[in-house]
Design a protein around this ligand. Structure first.
Ligand SMILES: Nc1ncnc2c1ncn2[C@@H]1O[C@H](COP(=O)(O)OP(=O)(O)OP(=O)(O)O)[C@@H](O)[C@H]1O
Ligand SMILES: [Mg+2]
Length: 252
């Protein structure tokens, strides 16, 4: 495994999982061999977003074999236990599950492993950041101040653990009306770019708030796989390009 990167945010629901999925597929479309690990034990989203919720990973020589979908290899606690089971686990169980996912999966030869992180900056996040020797972190934020405050916390956490911040993605940047094409800055616009500048970290790009992104996530056919040429697809492709460039020293 050449580079492990985390997709994180201080705040919940800003689009980490959606970004992680489409970024991972975007990196694979660039010819890289990519794995995607769901580090969100309490709220695993990858099985549903990748359309693999009904699949069960094989176990070979006591190692879990990831599920291949949309050109990437994926693993999630949601593939191993009932949807509601992990939701009520306490700290030690969560850590145990995380350790199992980090240590007992047979990824094969990967260029990049993308981690979909749980929301927040607590113990689980720190454990992952420290244990996996991250090559970098991508911070996802919506444009409004309150989310940016949490994004700042995310950046600070990774800097404290000496993980390079690859940059900030502004998600739900503008809302594009599916009927008339008019763009509305629902949560404001440009806040994440300004915040990235203020923090001295790269700005990786904007992803508009699009109905297609939400429906494709819900139906298990991520937009990057279903419609790579769409507005959303090109936005993610640009972000994947920037992340790949930032990781180039690791991928040689
Ligand atoms: N750019 C976007 N356009 C439209 N819908 C989006 C976009 N990004 C995310 N969503 C939708 O917003 C919801 C939350 O996204 P997602 O699950 O990726 O957030 P998250 O940060 O991973 O949340 P959590 O903190 O719970 O893990 C999902 O329904 C997703 O489909
Ligand atoms: Mg998530």
């Amino acid at each position: 495994m050449r580079a492990v990167i985390a997709v994180a945010s201080g705040k919940g629901g800003v689009g980490k999982s959606t970004t992680a999925v489409n970024l991972a597929i975007g990196l694979a479309q660039r010819g890289l061999s990519v794995g995607l690990l769901d580090a969100d034990i309490h709220g695993p989203s990858l099985p549903r977003m990748l359309g693999i919720a009904a699949r069960r990973p094989e176990v070979r020589d006591k190692r879990l074999i990831p599920i291949v979908a949309h050109g990437i290899r994926a693993m999630s606690i949601g593939l191993l236990v009932e949807e509601r089971t992990a939701m009520i686990w306490r700290g030690p169980m969560v850590m145990g599950a995380l350790n199992q996912l980090m240590g007992e999966v047979e990824w094969g030869a990967l260029d990049v492993l993308v981690l979909d992180m749980p929301p927040g900056t607590g113990d689980a996040q720190l454990t992952v950041a420290q244990k996996l020797a991250l090559a970098g972190a991508v911070i996802v934020s919506t444009p409004q101040d309150i989310a940016l405050l949490d994004a700042r916390r995310g950046v600070a956490m990774f800097e404290k653990t000496r993980v390079p911040v690859l940059g900030i993605v502004e998600n739900m940047s503008t809302f594009c009306c599916p009927h008339c094409g008019h763009e509305t800055a629902l949560f404001g616009h440009g806040g994440a770019r300004a915040e990235a500048e203020a923090l001295g970290v790269p700005f990786l790009g904007e992803v508009p708030l699009l109905l297609d992104i939400r429906t494709s996530a819900d139906t298990g056919a991520p937009i990057m796989a279903a419609a790579p040429e769409s507005a959303a697809g090109t936005a993610y492709a640009r972000i994947a390009g920037r992340v790949a460039s930032a990781l180039a020293p690791h991928l040689r």
